[in-house]
Write a protein that binds this ligand. Structure first.
Ligand code: KIV
Ligand code: NA
Length: 265
């Protein structure tokens, strides 16, 4: 049971081993996830919604993510720790470098950022400076003001082609992993086939190389928002928090989650 490394992620994809990822914000849950064999932990800026009670991720600061990353790092030894660059912390390469340095100092092994376009330059800038980067495409919650809400992305042919093109571009720019959020199953499958780096889906169908869920969603905690289709309450079948995490890991590895009812056709 050695700790995960960045190169081991691409090995897992090549071997067809599904990657199990959950968001986490503190040491206690991190310990439980480590013990349950979760491969990757994401200190997501979703903390702004599930912990801080905001109705978007936009108010989250670098200090906030640093704080939670430090907490999670105390509890997790084996999982690879990924931390989100919050809104506008990646607006320029220099800002992204400063914020990423702090996230790595807090215990992260990889930073995640949303989008392509001008972010390609940011990805290259970080990767050239030895900072592993996870990209995030499809529904990018930091785009909520432009999008006007949280909706499935890449539904029509031209939108799908754009996401597919962006996915190739972030991989080309040096991203080591790609989160695909709320895109049709067929699009996520095509992108997964295009790339050598692993794709991690959330509302992106069963054919991604791994799956991620927000901890609170896994535990059936009501956010006050409408529950998205891709969410499953694993506490109901797991019987305990540790059981819920184990049930999720098992369901991802056996391909039972996500089912058609959790995906977009
Ligand atoms: O912040 C977060 O929780 C995320 C996941 C939904 C991928 O970015
Ligand atoms: Na996020």
């Amino acid at each position: 049971d050695k700790p995960w490394t960045v190169p081991a992620l691409a090995d897992a994809k090549r071997d067809g081993r599904k990657l199990v990822m959950l968001t986490c914000y503190d040491a206690g849950f991190a310990r439980t996830m480590d013990a349950a064999g979760v491969d990757l932990i994401l200190v997501g800026d979703s903390l702004g919604m599930v912990s801080q009670g905001h109705d978007s991720t936009l108010p989250v600061t670098v200090d906030d993510v640093v704080y939670h990353t430090r907490c999670v790092a105390k509890g997790a030894r084996r999982p690879l720790l990924v931390a989100d660059l919050p809104f506008l912390a990646d607006a320029t390469p220099e800002r992204a470098l400063d914020a990423s340095m702090r996230l790595l100092q807090a215990g992260a092994a990889m930073v995640k950022l949303e989008g392509a376009g001008h972010k390609l330059e940011v990805i290259r800038f970080l990767v050239e400076r030895e900072i592993p980067v996870c990209a995030h495409l499809g529904l990018t919650p930091q785009s909520v003001l432009r999008l006007g809400g949280y909706k499935v992305q890449g539904r029509d042919d031209s939108a799908a082609a754009k996401v597919r093109e962006d996915a190739r571009a972030v991989a080309e720019a040096g991203a080591a992993m790609l989160v695909l959020e709320c895109v049709p199953t067929a699009l996520a499958a095509a992108i997964t086939g295009d790339l050598a780096i692993p794709t991690i889906g959330i509302g992106a169908g069963p054919q991604c190389d791994g799956q991620v869920l927000v901890l609170h969603d896994l535990l059936g905690l009501n956010s006050g928002h409408r529950r998205p289709k891709f969410v499953k309450d694993f506490l109901a079948e797991g019987g305990s928090i540790a059981g819920a995490v184990q049930a999720f890991a098992e369901a991802v590895r056996t391909g039972q989650f996500p089912a058609a009812e959790h995906s977009y056709a």
